[in-house]
Design a protein. Structure first.
Length: 288
């Protein structure tokens, strides 16, 4: 199989796997709480990333390891702690679609932190994208938000997108290969998670279903899928075209949520998500 076709196969595989994780979050949260889910998932992901790191034969500098302490606090520790908590409070479709505003926050923080002057397309895309997020959050009832969904859940889902945006911008400033970089981030993040579990006495005492679903999250949200996605980008001669396939993820995720979790997908979720993704695409017009 030629490189271009291999790239597309890898990309669609990654998109499909990432599309399943919102459903996996909710299944796992039926057996464990959000701290326990993060404890199991991050441990599994760190172990897998350690094995992947060994194959890179990269020799990290002390500075790389120290910088990872900050980045690891942001992701996986703080980001997933906030994200999993939002999933415990919201329907999967709402938490997933609100979290998907993270590309908008990356554009916003590029202007604020990196001092990059926003283009007209970026401004229009941001306004449109956040309008879509507003539709999702209110489910078409801006005057009665608390009567439809959990307000703390909405705040946490949007906060997770903010945290990811900050993490992504800070990660841009690193001069380290992707796999070693994310491994050391996860290594530090897992240390923080272990401390939290010890202080909260949240060591999971759960059945096999809780462990298996949490391990699935660790492998296919945090670990294996990331490697598959990198493989897709490395094989592609048209990285921009392949990377745009990621916009299929939230729509596929809604389908899987509907089929497996039996959630009735709200038309407002579909409308808000469509507007949000359209806004994200518009912000990328001049760059892509």
């Amino acid at each position: 199989m030629e490189r271009g076709k291999k790239s597309v196969v890898y990309a669609f595989t990654a998109v499909f796997l990432w599309s399943t994780v919102a459903t996996a979050f909710k299944i796992a949260l039926k057996s464990v709480n959000y701290i326990q889910l993060l404890f199991i998932a991050s441990s599994v992901a760190t172990l897998f990333l350690f094995i992947a790191f060994l194959f890179t034969r990269y020799k990290p500098e002390l500075r790389d390891i120290l910088v990872s302490s900050l980045l690891g606090f942001l992701n996986p520790f703080l980001y997933y702690l906030v994200l999993f908590r939002s999933y415990s409070l919201l329907p999967a479709q709402t938490a997933m679609t609100l979290n998907y505003t993270w590309p908008l926050f990356i554009v916003l923080f590029s202007s604020l932190i990196l001092k990059q002057k926003p283009t007209v397309f970026e401004i229009v895309g941001l306004l449109l994208g956040f309008c879509g997020a507003g539709i999702i959050a209110t489910m078409g009832r801006p005057g009665n938000v608390s009567g439809t969904v959990s307000v703390p859940g909405i705040i946490l889902a949007l906060l997770s997108a903010v945290i990811w945006g900050i993490y992504w911008i800070l990660n841009l400033k690193r001069d380290i290969p992707e796999i070693p970089g994310i491994f050391f981030n996860f290594l530090w993040g897992t240390v923080f998670i272990f401390i939290l579990v010890f202080l909260k006495r949240q060591v999971p005492a759960t059945g096999i279903k809780g462990y298996l679903s949490s391990m699935y999250v660790g492998l296919f949200e945090m670990g294996i899928t990331f490697i598959i996605w990198l493989k897709a980008l490395n094989l592609s001669n048209r990285i921009a075209a392949v990377s745009n396939l990621i916009y299929l993820t939230p729509f596929l995720s809604l389908l899987i949520i509907s089929l497996i979790l039996k959630e009735k997908i709200s038309p407002w979720s579909v409308l808000g998500l469509t507007i949000t993704v359209l806004g994200i695409i518009i912000t990328r017009i001049e760059k892509n």
